[in-house]
Design a protein around this ligand. Structure first.
Ligand code: 5AD
Ligand code: SF4
Length: 458
């Protein structure tokens, strides 16, 4: 009989990169722990944290407080905090939470099994060492039936945007060897996967510093040639480093999805300069029009910050104008949040909270209009959806994503889960699309000798 494994619960905050890191943590601990979705069953409870805005950090601290009760019910529970807040706070977290066993930083995953073993023997530990370079973790074990994969290709960031805590908590930029990335993705495709999202804080600078340098587009070209790969995505791009070569690739590589997340942050040159972004609004808009020429169907999403120190009403109006001109499909927008160690935290003219709130509301109202307009243009089209799961909208409603990253809900059979299938877009809503699915003769793709083939409806 196989030994019974202990239970691991992971609560992940923040971005896709944290989701990928949590998957790696689960795999590193898999010889002793299996994942549970019930926190109350956990023998090991890990919180993978995000420090990008103060609110995210506060959520972690309040969750940590509420876990005193769980620990009181199960004193053998090992409680660990990892990721960016752990990196930033280190010893202070352990001192503030006597029920916490373990604090590990953004580069501490590979030591996790050892740290957990020590914690199980009663030690309280902090491991927040940041080193240059990148450490290859053991090859990923892809779960049976996984369709989409998040693959980290680099870590850290050297850009030091003046508002951003990432370079301090994730360290300096370092890229994985292309051979390791390609092998990981080839394994995933051999196990039946179809969609890959490459992750890094600034993927456009991928390859710098490698013994045999390669550009990010060079990596995309090598990946796009892998036979079973249907959808290739990546995040996040820095507008300054978006090369002509990458713009051209959108017109050339069939697997590359017609979507780009290109954070602009502000439409005011004065603010962009104070943010240390390294481009102007004119540079940004020029890149947007080149992208649209190279790939007319491309959907562009962005990140925006309102209320950066010194932002005036005129600066903010320029952001609204840029949004209209760029015709963003989607925007993630945030009130500026003062972060420790960052230069902007010490800037004069911090914008009052109520002004930030009022600007955020206006900006989001505009984005809702822009999103609805791009969604409306999809109505009547027949396009491809990757079916990801059940929709929250009701029974027998499935949901999935178009190549342009828009979410579509539709009625269809459960056999479609994990499949690519054509769909007719019937209605546009501000945050999603409605579709209509009709059966088409299935063809078989994917699968390997070890795994049964997947039915694909395209
Ligand atoms: N305040 C508000 N938003 C921030 N972001 C990063 N740092 C801050 C901050 N201090 C936003 C940026 C970035 C996204 C991931 O988070 O828009 O692109
Ligand atoms: Fe932060 Fe700027 Fe690096 Fe993005 S590019 S992670 S915003 S410092």
């Amino acid at each position: 009989m196989l030994p019974v494994k202990k239970k691991l619960y992971i609560r992940t905050f923040g971005c896709q990169m944290n989701v990928a890191d949590s998957q790696q943590m689960a795999q590193l601990l898999a010889h002793e722990y299996e994942l549970t979705s019930r926190a109350e069953d956990a023998d090991l409870y890990l919180i993978n944290t995000c420090a990008i805005r103060r609110k995210a950090e506060e959520k972690v601290k309040s969750l940590l407080g509420s876990l005193k009760l769980l620990k009181a019910r199960n004193p053998r529970l090992i409680l660990g905090v990892g990721g960016c807040v752990a990196q930033q706070e280190g010893e202070r977290l352990l001192a503030a939470a006597p029920h916490l066993n373990l604090v590990f930083g953004t580069q501490g995953s590979h030591r996790l099994p050892e740290l957990v073993r020590l914690a199980a023997r009663g030690r309280r530990l902090v491991d927040v060492e940041l080193k240059r370079g990148i450490r290859e973790l053991p090859p990923r074990q892809w779960p049976q039936g996984a369709v989409s994969a998040l693959v980290t290709i680099m870590q850290g960031c050297d850009n030091f945007c003046t508002y951003c805590v990432v370079p301090y908590v994730r360290g300096r930029e370092a890229s994985r060897e292309p051979g390791a990335v390609i092998a990981e993705i080839a394994d995933f495709l051999a196990a039946g996967g179809v969609e890959v999202t490459l992750l890094g804080q600034n993927v456009n600078s991928y390859g710098r510093g490698l013994a045999q340098p390669i550009t990010f587009t060079g990596l995309l070209r090598r990946l796009a040639g892998l036979p079973r790969l249907k959808r290739l995505r990546f995040a996040t791009s820095h507008p300054r480093d978006l090369s002509d070569e990458l713009v051209a690739a959108y017109g050339e590589l069939p697997a590359l999805c017609e979507h780009l997340h290109l954070p602009v942050q502000s439409g005011s040159n004065r603010v962009l300069k104070a943010m240390n972004r390294g481009y102007s609004r004119e540079d940004y808009l020029e890149k947007v029009s080149r992208l649209r020429r190279s790939c007319p169907d491309i959907a562009i999403s962005t990140d925006l910050i309102v209320g950066f120190p010194g932002e005036t009403e005129a600066d903010f109006t320029q952001t609204l104008d840029l949004m209209r001109e760029a015709a963003f499909d989607q925007a993630f927008s945030f009130k500026y949040s003062r972060r420790p160690q960052t230069r902007a935290a010490g800037f004069p003219d911090q914008v009052p909270e109520e002004v930030k709130t009022e600007r955020l509301i206006r900006l989001q109202a505009l984005q809702d209009e822009l999103t609805l307009a791009t969604h409306s243009r999809q109505v009547g089209r027949v396009t491809e959806v990757l079916v990801e799961g059940w929709s929250k909208r009701g029974p027998s409603q499935l949901c999935g994503r178009l190549r342009t990253n828009q979410v579509v809900n539709f009625t269809g059979p459960r056999e479609l889960l994990g499949c690519l299938t054509p769909i007719t877009i019937t209605a546009a809503q501000p945050h999603s699309l409605q579709g209509s699915w009709a059966p088409a003769p299935p063809v078989t793709v994917g699968g390997c000798p070890k795994h049964p083939p997947r039915r694909q409806h395209v």
